[in-house]
Write a protein that binds this ligand. Structure first.
Ligand SMILES: Cc1cc2nc3c(=O)[nH]c(=O)nc-3n(C[C@H](O)[C@H](O)[C@H](O)COP(=O)(O)O)c2cc1C
Length: 188
């Protein structure tokens, strides 16, 4: 299997479970995970899932502080295969759309764009204002893939995890390869 080195950023948008499920799926496939949880990402982890950032340490290969701009992923020369921000707040989306890289998550995304590497953003907000929509347009024009945290229902999910995984599987299919367990529309 082609093992990838993936940077995962979890920001303070609702839906911390999307980030945690992605980390677990990447780990189960043997990929190398470099994780940053923003200050507000840590708050939503605690509030929504009752866990703290430290509990994710053993699930990843490297974990960094969002303020640490001396870390490897702050440089485009650092060999990452992909950067995923999941969930991605409108604030972090705005930073990426405007090249305002004031923390390690926004900087890793900025580097992915300049090095023409895969950048996947999973934004979560509703309703969207025109600024949000324009920022999604800008990052798409710059090369990012926007996969909204907008789960499907056609596979008849029986749990929140199955619902969440309909988004996580779409991310994985753009990162590595489709999972065997992924819900796939067959047209029948
Ligand atoms: C419980 C909670 C839920 C939030 N949900 C969202 C959300 O769904 N989308 C969003 O863009 N911001 C949301 N926010 C606001 C962000 O956390 C805030 O804009 C923050 O500055 C984002 O910073 P970060 O991107 O560095 O994590 C939420 C905040 C809290 C406390």
């Amino acid at each position: 299997m082609n093992k990838k080195r993936v940077f995962v950023g979890i920001t303070g948008a609702s839906g911390a479970i999307y980030g945690v499920r992605l980390v677990r799926a990447l780990k189960s496939e043997g990929h190398e995970i470099h994780l940053v949880v923003s200050k507000w990402g840590a708050e939503t982890l605690k509030y929504e899932l009752g866990i703290d950032v430290d509990s994710l340490t053993h699930e990843v290969d490297r974990i960094y502080n969002e303020e640490d701009l001396t870390a490897g992923p702050a440089s485009g020369s650092y060999p990452l295969d992909a950067v995923v921000i999941i969930p991605c707040s409108m604030k972090t989306l705005a930073g990426i759309a405007h090249g305002y890289a004031d923390n390690l998550i926004a900087r890793a995304a900025d580097c992915a764009l300049k090095e023409r590497r895969r950048l996947i953003l999973v934004p979560r907000e509703t309703p969207l204002n025109l600024v949000h929509i324009r920022n999604m347009e800008s990052v798409t024009e710059a090369g990012a893939i926007v996969i909204p945290a907008s789960p499907a229902f056609w596979h008849k999910p029986k749990s929140i995890e199955e619902l969440v995984d309909s988004v996580v599987d779409r991310v994985l299919s753009h990162l590595t390869s489709p999972r065997d367990t992924a819900a796939t529309w067959t047209g029948e």
